[in-house]
Every structure is written in structure tokens, then in C-alpha cells.
Design a binder for this molecule. Structure first.
Ligand code: HEC
Ligand code: HEC
Length: 238
């Protein structure tokens, strides 16, 4: 009796092998199996898992650069996007994502992120007469005058906060966490999500020149504490 039952069990098992393992109950279908990280090809998944925490779920209202801002997408070229995503920005919270730089996104995934951002967030023709994305630092003394003319109305006379922008933009900890390029990007492309103007609107109809952008960024950057070599002692108390 027992022997016959064992034979029956073995026969059912052999049949199930013949029928193919996919017929076993509870086994996930191909489409239900989890992908290994390198197989993910969806922009939404890649963006949500890797970028949304800092740049916002829809590319805005995050702590870092508003990637969904069309003015930003028009300002920055593909090569720059690729370099920053691959290598990150040293001494800031922007991580490096390329496997060659210690990250875990493949080159194909980085290309999907760039194409996806362009398709979703770049609209309209390239910006006319915008200051260039990158440039050499300007003159902080001139920048103080640009600040008084173009920024103080919202940020207060010394940048420590005003009625329309209460946060201090000369806070030492804030300035130590952002690069000069991030400040430059903000001044040119603005942040629509925060109500921050772009270079054409300081005030409206009086766009900042490339020189004024470089100067006001230099004024802000000069407020960043500098450290004596090899120590954590600040040599600048500005
Ligand atoms: C842990 C937070 C964090 C994550 C995660 C993050 N970023 Fe960033 N990102 C930043 C910060 C902060 C900056 C500004 C760096 C600086 O000061 O230059 C930045 C800058 C950038 C810039 C350059 C902006 C400019 O000025 O041109 C791009 C492009 C960018 N991030 C894309 C991405 C993408 C795409 C992802 C996901 C693959 C991502 N970031 C994930 C924090 C983050
Ligand atoms: C129309 C008002 C307005 C003007 C003019 C303006 N800003 Fe702002 N700015 C804002 C608002 C609103 C915020 C976000 C709220 C806050 O930080 O208080 C902001 C934020 C910032 C930040 C912090 C950005 C971040 O990532 O947190 C910096 C830096 C800044 N502004 C620089 C400038 C500079 C430089 C100028 C002049 C060239 C300027 N702003 C002119 C309204 C303005």
C-alpha cells in the first residue's frame, strides 16, 4: 500500500516536471519576479528610487536643484547632466551614481534618466540671451551692489532674510553645503517652486547680465567660511 502511494506521488512529481515548473502553485510568473537593480529600465522607478528624495517627487519642491524647471533644462547641456549624475558634486550632498565612480547605476540607466528628464521637463525653444551655464567667478565687491539692486527686496539688506524670503542665504552652514555652480544655477534658472525669480526677473524686464550673475555669486561665495589648512578652525568670520 505504502509502496503504491509513493509510486503515485513520484508519478505526479514526474508529471509536474514534464509539464514545466511554471505550473507549480505559488510560483511567481516571469512578470512578477523582482528585477535585479541593473535591469531597471523605467525612468519613473530610477528617478523615484535614486533622485526624488533630494530633488522632489516630481522634480520640484525638494531640498536640491529644481530639475523639473524648464529654464534649468534649457540651460544645462547633456554632457553636463551626464558628468554631474555620473560623478556627483564633491563636498555636497549630490552623490556619484556611475558604477565607475562607486555608484550603482549603469551607463544605460543614466542615459534613461537624462532622456526622461528632457522629455518630461524640457519644453520650448532654447533660452534666448541667457547667461552661460558656467563661468569664471566674478567680483564680490561688484556683487554687493547687484545684491542690493536685485536681491535685497526679498532677502533683506544683508541676505539674512526678508519678508518675501525669510530664510538666511548667507548662513555659513548653508553656504558650506552648496557649490558656486549650484548658486549660479539658481540665480540664472530660478526656482519656480519656491517663488524664486530667474535671471530675467530681478526686477521683471531688467535681466541680469552674465557679469552681474558672476558677481553676485562671488559675493555669496565670499561669505562661505574658509578654514586654515589642516584644521577645522575658521579663518573667516564674515
Ligand atoms: C542625497 C541628495 C541627492 C540625491 C539622492 C540626488 N541629488 Fe542631485 N543634487 C543634490 C544637491 C545637494 C545638488 C547641488 C550640488 C551643488 O551644490 O552643486 C545636486 C545637483 C544635481 C544636479 C546639478 C544641478 C546644477 O546646478 O546643474 C543634477 C543634474 C542632479 N543633481 C541630478 C540628480 C539625479 C538625476 C539624481 C538621481 C539619479 C540625483 N541628482 C540625486 C542632491 C542630491
Ligand atoms: C521676488 C523675490 C526674490 C528675489 C528678488 C530673489 N530671491 Fe532668492 N529666494 C526667494 C525665495 C522665496 C526663496 C526661497 C525661500 C527662502 O529661502 O526664504 C529664495 C531662496 C534663495 C536662495 C536659497 C535657495 C535654496 O536652494 O534654498 C538663494 C541662495 C537665493 N535665493 C539667492 C538670491 C539672489 C542671489 C538673488 C538676487 C540675484 C535673489 N535670491 C533674489 C525669493 C527671491
Amino acid at each position: 500500500m505504502i509502496v503504491r502511494r509513493r509510486a503515485a506521488v513520484a508519478a505526479v512529481f514526474a508529471l509536474s516536471l514534464l509539464a514545466g515548473c511554471d505550473r507549480l502553485p505559488g510560483k511567481p510568473k516571469e512578470s512578477q519576479r523582482p528585477l535585479s537593480p541593473a535591469q531597471v529600465k523605467s525612468f519613473d522607478v530610477l528617478y523615484t528610487q535614486n533622485c526624488a528624495g533630494c530633488h522632489g517627487a516630481a522634480g520640484n519642491f525638494g531640498a536640491a536643484t529644481e530639475l523639473a524647471n524648464p529654464a534649468y533644462q534649457a540651460l544645462v547641456d547633456d554632457a553636463t547632466l551626464s558628468r554631474i549624475i555620473r560623478q556627483g558634486v564633491p563636498a555636497t550632498a549630490m552623490p556619484s551614481f556611475a558604477q565607475s565612480a562607486g555608484g550603482y547605476l549603469t551607463d544605460a540607466q543614466i542615459a534613461i534618466l537624462i532622456d526622461g528628464m528632457r522629455a518630461r521637463w524640457k519644453s520650448g525653444p532654447p533660452l534666448k540671451d541667457a547667461p552661460p551655464y558656467a563661468a569664471a567667478p566674478g567680483d564680490p565687491a561688484q556683487g554687493a551692489q547687484v545684491f542690493a539692486r536685485s536681491c535685497a527686496s526679498c532677502h533683506g539688506p544683508d541676505g539674512k532674510g526678508g519678508a518675501r524670503a525669510p530664510g538666511s542665504i548667507v548662513d555659513r552652514s548653508y553656504l558650506m553645503l552648496v557649490s558656486d555652480q549650484a548658486l549660479r544655477t539658481l540665480v540664472i534658472a530660478g526656482r519656480r517652486d519656491l517663488g524664486h525669480p530667474d535671471w530675467r526677473q530681478y526686477p521683471p524686464g531688467q535681466p541680469l547680465t552674465a557679469q552681474q550673475v558672476a558677481d553676485v555669486v562671488a559675493w555669496l561665495a565670499a561669505k562661505r567660511p574658509r578654514f586654515a589648512p589642516g584644521t577645522w578652525q575658521s579663518v573667516s568670520t564674515k
